[in-house]
Design a protein around this ligand. Structure first.
Ligand code: SF4
Length: 421
């Protein structure tokens, strides 16, 4: 989402006559587009600001600095107090104020605009994309789910969806520029609603775009996965990717209630069952949080049990990190950092085993691969992705990026598949 927002910001700045440069040493203006979802992401911004401050002091004294995105929204008071050298702070719904900043010639002492909008979708603004295979396209913004641990509903506001015509137009423009894959984005992508239908209807419309080879999306909420969505995957398998990212977060009903995730183990297993009955080879990936306040040994074992039952193709796994301002931040932490690390490490080992097993099941199978680029390691190999979002490395031969090819999987190591024939 931040890559997409940065592309929107670049488009706004280009309309004002600004150009991108390759280093802050040469920049009149540096914007840090920030994320507040985890503490680590925020710490990185503080470090980066320190580095930019040094550049400003030592080599580029006229450089202006701004913080945009979720951290601007969330930590503006803190930034105002502790970082006097930051010239402006714009929240995720305020990027249209950038021209105001530019037209003031940067003389304005400090520009702060972090009001959340129930309408802002940046419709009519087309992102400035660098050349590539995949174009990110935001189809909705905000979130109404209010998971107890998550800051997003407070930093990005209420859910609102773009009109399908605007999304289709953006996708067609991306194809005209050489993109062959789009990833539809939303904090809760399958909560998408428009006057002409929901998320499955949008996917159906997208599937009719000439020249588009693949459609991905992220991240759906399990609560909003319905039979229409599963049917669209089945009916448009040639273009809608054979992959669903289905964040579980915890396999314990007690923790799921505390997290306000609005589904149970049983409900989630039923969704997985319906997906696999309809599209048996669909890759399923997930997000997990270990060490949520109050997570007992049994809660944790229940989560591992869900992983054993579902056997995810891959997972993003994190230690719980308290986000000030959320409901969960009011709960007392019950595990030490070491205990959380132990739980996380055991979970990672289990997932690694499942990933390898799932990938080895593909050995001997002929799979469709979208060629992306030369493989970094040898230069004689290329890498691409299956529809199920697995990386495959294969001999370069005469393949070019954007080719859609079929090859037999001959080996699987870690998260990577290999095809030597
Ligand atoms: S669904 Fe939950 S985790 Fe996802 S953005 Fe909304 S509040 Fe955050």
């Amino acid at each position: 989402m931040n890559v997409y927002d940065s592309e929107i910001i670049i488009a706004i700045l280009q309309q004002e006559g600004l150009e991108e440069v390759d280093s802050p040493d040469n920049a009149d203006l540096v914007l840090l587009n920030t994320c507040s979802v985890r503490d680590l992401a925020e710490q990185k911004v503080h470090t980066r600001l320190g580095q930019l401050r040094m550049i400003q002091e030592q080599t580029n004294p006229s450089m202006k600095m701004g913080i945009v995105g979720c951290m601007a929204q969330n930590l503006k008071k803190d930034i105002l107090r502790k970082k006097p050298y930051v010239n402006f702070i714009l929240g995720p719904d305020s990027y249209r104020h950038l021209p105001e900043l530019i037209s003031s010639g940067g003389d304005k002492k400090r520009l702060i605009e972090t009001r959340l909008s129930s309408l802002e979708l940046y419709d009519g603004l087309f992102p400035a994309r660098h050349e590539g295979i995949n174009a990110w396209i935001s189809i909705m913004r905000g979130c109404d789910k209010f998971c107890a641990y998550c800051i997003v509903p407070y930093t990005r506001g209420r859910e609102r969806s773009r009109k399908p015509e605007s999304i289709l137009e953006e996708a067609r423009r991306a194809v005209d520029k050489g993109f062959v894959e789009v990833t539809l984005l939303g904090q809760n992508v399958n909560s998408y609603r428009s006057a002409s239908g929901g998320f499955p209807d949008l996917l159906e419309k997208m599937a009719g775009i000439n020249g588009l080879l693949r459609i991905r999306y992220t991240s759906p909420h399990p609560q909003d996965v319905n039979d229409d969505l599963i049917a669209v995957h089945k009916d448009y398998k040639h273009i809608i990717c054979n992959h669903i990212h289905l964040p579980l977060q915890s396999g314990s009903d007690a923790v799921l209630i505390a997290m306000n995730r609005t589904y149970t183990r049983e409900h989630y297993l039923d969704i997985v069952d319906r997906i696999r009955k309809s599209v048996p080879d669909m890759a399923i990936t997930t997000d997990m949080i270990v060490g949520f306040p109050g997570e007992t040994d049994q809660d944790y074992e229940d989560t591992l049990d869900m992983m054993d039952r579902i056997r995810y193709d891959a997972a993003f796994m994190f230690k719980y990190s308290s986000r000030p301002g959320t409901q969960a931040a009011k709960l007392e932490e019950t595990l030490s950092d070491d205990e959380k690390s132990d739980r996380l490490n055991r979970m990672i080992r289990l997932q690694y085993k499942h990933t390898l097993e799932k990938n080895r099941e593909l050995i001997g199978r002929n799979v469709e691969i979208l060629v992306e680029k030369e493989s970094k390691k040898t230069g004689k190999e290329m890498m691409g992705r299956t529809s199920s979002n697995k990386i495959v490395v294969f001999p370069a031969q005469n393949y070019k990026p954007r080719d859609l090819i079929c090859r037999v999987i001959t080996d699987a190591q870690g998260v990577t598949l290999f095809s030597s024939r």
